[in-house]
Design a protein around this ligand. Structure first.
Ligand SMILES: Nc1ncnc2c1ncn2[C@@H]1O[C@H](COP(=O)(O)OP(=O)(O)OP(=O)(O)O)[C@@H](O)[C@H]1O
Ligand SMILES: [Mg+2]
Length: 317
């Protein structure tokens, strides 16, 4: 299927060995098709991507601040700019994903709360070409009340996503830092978990609990015959990598755990506080900050994710 792919104008110029100024003038004269997203100009190219893969993944760990939300935002952007159609679902009442994408005035009925209370998943909002969002706001926390009163609604999100899979290539669900009922409902909604891991002793220690919880979710889905595979945790993404010995030690422990549980590991993301601060302040993915090194890192993580979840011949670059 043909889709639009967005390439940052500066990157497009770079790839062709022409100066940014020349590319900018070509865009101004309408010689290349461009699209504006915020302050950024993108060149629009047509690419062939596999049809409606509908892979649904939950960014999951009860450890706070590991990088779930940043990763959902940045991988969502990375895949959308390659031409994949991506839906992000903010399942955290803190609503960071929603805020960071610049959505401020959100009503409760525009969030997943509507699904738990009324059985209807709200219409996604457009973020940029190929990228959509079902936002959150603080009253999404009330979904926990519905879930404890009516435990079968744990599968409500899974049911709703079944119907959306044909429309999107990827559905990324950003979970909250908890192992409660709302987090479980988010975890049970798709084809497994992407687990960001803070490279610290505490960060890798948290994994035992994540892996136990993941086994529980996998067993529930296996019994319903809707999931099979070696590990429900589909990918570890080491985050906050530093050159200090402690981060390296934590990475070694992560490698042992990953081998034992047969979970692939993505290349690590470096700790870059200034870049992530700028991304939040400007409501953009971290790749669109001035810290361009981070683009290559995110590309590496996206490649690994695609390798893990899609058959080799179907990966769009
Ligand atoms: N590689 C990184 N370098 C520096 N800061 C980062 C990095 N990744 C994420 N951050 C920052 O760390 C904080 C926590 O990240 P994030 O909110 O993505 O984690 P989370 O797992 O979603 O947190 P929560 O558990 O609260 O939902 C954010 O302020 C984010 O900007
Ligand atoms: Mg978060």
């Amino acid at each position: 299927m043909k889709r639009k792919r967005l390439v940052l104008l500066s990157e497009w110029a770079n790839q062709r060995g022409i100066s940014y100024t020349t590319a900018y003038r070509m865009a101004k004269r309408g010689e290349i098709p461009t699209e504006q997203v915020g302050r950024f100009s993108f060149v629009v190219e047509e690419v062939e991507v596999p049809e409606g893969k509908g892979v649904a993944l939950t960014f999951f760990t009860h450890a706070g601040g590991a990088g779930k939300t940043s990763l959902a935002r940045d991988l969502g952007y990375e895949l959308a700019s390659r031409g994949y159609k991506v839906l992000l679902i903010d399942m955290d009442p803190q609503a960071n994903l929603t805020d960071w994408l610049g959505f401020t005035e959100v009503e409760p009925e525009e969030t997943a709360l509507f699904l738990y209370e009324k059985g209807i998943l709200p219409e996604p909002k457009g973020v940029m070409p190929n990228l959509y969002l079902i936002p959150a706001e603080v009253s999404l926390a009330k979904a926990e009340v519905v879930l404890s009163r009516e435990p079968h609604t744990a599968f409500a999100l899974r049911g709703a996503l079944e119907e959306l899979r044909g429309e999107y290539d990827f559905i990324f669900v950003d979970s909250l830092p908890s192992l409660g009922t709302l987090a479980a409902s988010a975890a049970l909604s798709g084809d497994g978990l992407v687990v960001p891991v803070e490279l610290s002793r505490k960060g890798v220690q948290a994994l035992t609990v994540v892996l136990e919880a993941a086994s529980g979710y996998a067993n529930a889905l296996r019994k319903m015959r809707v999931w099979q595979g070696p590990s429900f945790v589909r990918l570890f993404v080491p985050n906050h990598m530093e050159s200090a010995g402690r981060a390296r030690e934590a990475h070694e422990v992560l490698e042992e755990i990953a081998e034992k549980w047969r979970v692939p590991i993505a290349p690590p993301l470096a700790r870059r506080p200034a870049a992530y601060r700028e991304a939040q302040a400007r409501n953009v993915p971290v790749q669109l900050t001035e810290y361009s090194e981070v683009r290559e890192e995110l590309k590496g993580v996206a490649e690994k994710l695609l390798e893990v979840v899609l058959p080799v011949q179907e990966v769009a670059k």
